[in-house]
Design a protein around this ligand. Sequence first.
Ligand code: SF4
Length: 431
Amino acid sequence: MNAFDRPLPNPSRNTTCDTSQVLKESGQREVFCGLTGIVWLHRKIQDAFFLVVGSRTCAHLIQSAAGVMIFAEPRFATAIIEEKDLAGLADMNDELDAVVARLLERRPEIKLLFLVGSCPSEVIKLDLPRAASRLSKSHAPDVRILSYSGSGIETTFTQGEDTCLASLVPELPAQPADADDNLLVVGALADIVEDQFRRCFEAMGIEKVDFLPPRRAADLPAVGPKTKFLLAQPFLAETSGILEERGAERLPSMFPLGAEGTEKWFRTAGEAFGVSEDAIERALAPGRQRAHTALEKYRSLLGGKRLFLFPDSQLEIPLARFLQREMGMELVEVGSPYLHRAHLADELDALPDGVLISEGQDVDRQLDRCRDAQPDIVVCGLGLANPLEAEGMTTKWSIELLFTPIQGFEQAGDLAELFARPLVRRLKLEV
Ligand code: SF4
């Protein structure tokens, strides 16, 4: 169903984007489910294990998404729900308890176990939160056991991270009453990016900085009314809401993609913590300069190229802002599975007026618009990329944006290169 259609944008205008004019669609969608998040989350929390309670399809999805990452001791697995379980002929809870006991006996290094719900576990109404609470009691204090849903019903693949982090928030210790203000960065970042961010906050004089998720289960940061938090990813609506319920204050900002987004993100923290303009400028100037230098070499390649983003990762709005404002690309359509207007307010304000933003998906109609527009590059999920390439279009898999470190000044050039590379490859093929 389409709320309305409106003309394609005039890229020469560059005033504030009017979000009351968003094309809302609901229809068939082409997205991966939230189980996909395990692929980057298991690398981040190094003593956690993700046990999907699902079908062979779920196991297959995780194995394919994880690709070549075959470990001697992997940190994710699937407890397969067999047909007899689906038919109610076996007690799934007993089987789950036995699987978890065997796993924890064999892998004593696991300190945090996530039971990850799937479509099949939800269909048979397996109560994973209750199972997690029961198992936590029997395996305490060595292992903490939590649950979250990675089910594909009405979700996007990045929502798995949101539900996972949301399950962690109630576990965060309460801040002592006499605690100093602390800054919490929320969203999984590559370790290298986290280290760079910590150094930049220190250069601004903000010393008490925590990250969620932490690298180790024992390092859960304290949270409370003295906590101010910055979202590092735009798809963390549930986590953000639960943190606010615990008294933490969200600092509204752009997201740290590209030189502009990164600068605004750090400035938001600096201003909230009373850092002087001079100190902010001194801390940010070198990184900003390096980012501008790195971006320069991609500008001639990307500038003026027409970009179409299908809704997939929920990173589409900040990406569109970066590619249009810093790389000079022309936005044909910016699709997003959901538009969290409060979290994206600064990003939406920075988009050019008149740009076609779509929320939700009716994939056939959107494919028609894409074919009509014949953009230079299409950002989309894996399911659409191959057919579109076969039709002669140049595509970029949006899932790569989650597997690649792209946030911050030092990664701005790598982010631009992700979009330049398929264009260069296409040019070579055409020679
Ligand atoms: S959770 Fe649902 S959508 Fe995801 S792999 Fe399993 S069955 Fe498929």
